[in-house]
Structures are given as C-alpha cells and as structure tokens.
Ligand binder design. Sequence first.
Ligand code: FPP
Length: 248
Amino acid sequence: MNTQTSAKVPRHIAIIMDGNGRWARERGWPRLKGHEQGARNVEPVCEACIAEGVGFLTLYAFSTENWKRPAHEVAGLMLLLERFLSEKVAMMERNGVRLATIGRTADLPGPVRKRLERAIADTAHNTKLTLTLALNYGGRDEIVDAVRSIAHEVKQGKLDPGSISGETLSTHLYTAAMPDPDLLIRTSGEMRLSNFLLWQLSYTEIHVTPRLWPDFGAEDLRAAIADFQSRDRRFGGAVENPVTTASA
Ligand code: FPP
C-alpha cells in the first residue's frame, strides 16, 4: 500500500499565482501594477522555499488561455517576464536556483525565448531549488504533446503499444525530470485547477488561500506547508479502523 504521512517538507510545491488584477483594482491601479508586484514576489517565495528545504517550485506564470487577455496586458506580461529573466539570474546564482520551464515556449516572443534560454543555461549548475516557470502552458496541451511523442515512437517501432503505462506517459510530459507536486497552492480563493498540471496533480494536496498573489509572502508559504503537514496522505489506500470490541 502506497501510504505516506505528510509530516515532512513537500519536495515539490506548485503555485497558481492568482489575484494580481484584483490587488491592483483594490488600489485603483491598472492590472499591470498587480502583475509587477506579483513578479517582485517571486524572489522572497523562492528564498522561503529554500529556507524550508523545498527542492522544486513550479509557478503558473502564463497559460495558453492568457493570450485571450487584452493585447496591452499580454505585451506587459511579456515585458515583465523579459525583465524578470534578465534581472533575477543574479538572485538565482546567489541562492542556488536552477531555472527551468514547461509549456509550448517555442511560441513565446523571440526576446523572451532568448532570455529564457540564456537564464536556463546560466543557472543549469545550481542544485538547491529548481524554479520552473510554466509559460504558454496548458495541461491538456501537455498531455496531447506527450501522446503525440509516444505515438511517434510507436510508429518508429521503438515502443510496443502493449507496454505503454502511466509511467510511460509521465516520462513523456514536460515535467519528466521532476517529481509530481506534493502541494498545490492557489491564491485569491478560487477553487479551480485552471488547466494546470492535470496529470501530475492526481495525488497532490491542495491549499487554497484567500490571500491575493501580490500579498503572498514567506509566512503564507510556511502556513501552507504546515497545512500540508497536517494532512493524512493515503494515495487511495486506507487506514485500519481501531478495533473497539474485544474478541474472545
Ligand atoms: C493571475 O492574476 C496571474 C497571471 C495571469 C499571471 C501571473 C504573472 C505574474 C505573477 C507576473 C509575472 C511572473 C513572473 C515569474 C515574472 P489575474 O490577473 O488573473 O488576477 P485577477 O483574477 O485578480 O484578475
């Protein structure tokens, strides 16, 4: 039986960073101000993860659906990303953070792609925390891409269809090199997965906080980890009921 108590630090935390727009609106500011504050927040959250011993942090930074936002907001988000990727490599180096990405990144604007590739190469030797930015990411697209690549291997005669298992699919996902998240945090109180890591979140503990992402800090991260540690993870198994009647 695959049971596990969770009184330990999650190895992998995934975060749906939501509420930037509302945070800005509460202040009478344009939405991009909320995204800017949200981007500033990534550094302290990375540092808190390292302090707590978390090895993988995956942030939902831009979904395949986010292209539907007004053009100026999309352009602003791309500029913010570019700035983050050029300014934060020093922080990553200082903290031992390795940058990675998941998603259809080939469709991102050229300047973002270039900075992304450079930041990934520059931080590849770091080992404390793998920070993965989900960019132009969609969970269904990821599964489609995995199925396509499996089908290709079958067609080439490299893979026997009868041998395809859940493990085969896992190893063809963008996340093949990392463990599934132990803890998913969603800020701003919404109770949705929003097409994020659909396969990988099957047994993940979910922590939803009303805190808007730009206000989310190290204390909130620690509270989420404490919540995770209070959970009884059974992975579909069962805990034996206590025996209440004595047998002869
Ligand atoms: C959701 O808030 C947030 C996003 C769609 C983008 C997340 C992006 C950032 C935090 C900034 C860039 C990140 C990096 C790593 C540089 P929302 O706009 O949907 O908020 P709302 O639901 O209150 O409108």
